[in-house]
Design a protein around this ligand. Structure first.
Ligand code: NAP
Length: 249
C-alpha cells in the first residue's frame, strides 16, 4: 500500500516552488491533495501534471487566499464535508518583502506577518478541530532557517518564521493527546521563485555558508514533508527539521 493512500492533505502555496513539489510528492504517495494558492491557472496545470504522471493519488485545485481570515473556517468545513476527512495540513504559503530594519515600513512588516504567520494560526485552528474530532492528524509548517538564525534584511520574515516555530511547538503540546502531531520544516536556500530574485552577489554569499556547497531543490524539502506524514514519523512531534545542506547547525 502507498504510504499516504486514503489520506486527504491540504497544501497551501501549492502553485509554485516547495508547495508544488510537496503536492506532487503527496499525490505520488497516494494522497488526495487539496492544492491551495491564489493562481488558479497554475493549480490547474499542477492537477493535470499529477494525472498525466499517473500518480496513485490526485491533486484537486482549490484557489484560496490564506490572508482571507473571514473565509478560512467555512472553506475548511466545506472541504472536510466534501472529502469526508482532513488528515494532513501543510502550511507552506509564504512571501518575502525584504528590506533593512531602518527602511522597513509597517505595511511591509504586517503583510509578511499576516501571510506567513497569522494565516498559519487561522488554518491550524480550523483544521485542528477536524483532526481532534478524528483523533488523528499531521500538521507540517514550513518555517525557515531565517526563523532560527535571523537574517539581515528580513526582520519581518524572520519574526514570522520564528513565530511559526513557537506556534508549532505549542500546537504539538496541545494536540498530541488527541493523536495530532505538529512539526516544522526549516528550509535553507531552496531554488524557487522566492530565491531566484536575489542578486548573484547575495547568492554567492549564501553559498559560501552552506557546507554542502549547493542550493537545495524543492523535491528535497518535499521528501521530508512526505516522511513526516507517514506512520514511520508517528513519534516525531514539536520538532524543527532543517533541510538546509548544513547551513544552520
Ligand atoms: P514561492 O516559489 O514564492 O511560492 C510561494 C507560494 O505561496 C506560491 O504558491 C504562492 O501562490 C503562495 N502564496 C503566497 N501568498 C499567498 C496567499 N496570500 N494565499 C495563498 N497562497 C499564497 O516560494 P517557495 O520558495 O516555494 O516558498 C514556500 C515556503 O517555503 C514559504 O513559506 C517560504 O517562506 C518557505 N521557505 C522558502 C525557502 C527558499 O529558499 N525558497 C527557504 C526557507 C523557507 P500564489 O502566488 O498563486 O498565491
Amino acid at each position: 500500500m502507498a504510504e499516504l493512500e486514503n489520506r486527504v492533505a491540504i497544501v497551501t502555496g501549492a502553485s509554485r516552488g516547495i508547495g508544488r513539489a510537496i503536492s506532487l510528492a503527496y499525490a505520488k504517495a497516494g494522497a488526495t491533495v487539496i492544492a491551495a494558492a491564489r493562481n488558479s491557472e497554475k493549480l490547474g496545470s499542477l492537477a493535470a501534471e499529477a494525472s498525466d504522471s499517473r500518480c496513485l493519488g490526485r491533486i484537486v485545485p482549490r484557489p484560496f487566499d490564506v490572508n482571507d481570515a473571514g473565509a478560512v473556517d467555512k472553506w475548511i468545513d466545506d472541504t472536510a464535508s466534501e472529502f469526508g476527512r482532513l488528515d494532513i495540513l501543510v502550511n507552506n504559503a509564504g512571501i518575502t518583502r525584504d528590506g533593512l530594519l531602518m527602511n522597513m515600513t509597517d505595511a511591509q512588516f504586517d503583510e509578511v506577518l499576516t501571510t506567513n504567520l497569522r494565516s498559519v494560526f487561522w488554518l491550524t485552528r480550523a483544521v485542528g478541530k477536524h483532526m481532534v474530532r478524528a483523533r488523528w492528524g499531521r500538521i507540517i509548517n514550513v518555517a525557515s532557517v531565517s526563523g532560527l538564525m535571523g537574517n539581515s534584511g528580513q526582520a519581518n520574515y524572520a519574526a514570522a518564521k520564528a513565530g511559526v516555530i513557537g506556534l508549532t511547538k505549542t500546537v504539538a503540546k496541545e494536540l498530541a493527546r488527541r493523536g495530532v502531531t505538529c512539526n516544522a520544516l526549516a528550509p535553507g536556500f531552496i531554488q524557487t521563485d522566492m530565491t531566484n530574485v536575489l542578486s548573484d552577489k547575495v547568492k554567492e554569499q549564501v553559498l559560501a555558508l552552506i557546507p554542502l556547497q549547493r542550493f537545495g531543490q524543492p523535491e528535497e524539502v518535499a521528501a521530508v514533508a512526505v516522511f513526516l506524514a507517514t506512520p514511520a514519523a508517528g513519534y516525531i512531534n514539536g520538532q524543527v527539521i532543517a533541510v538546509d545542506g548544513g547551513l544552520h547547525m
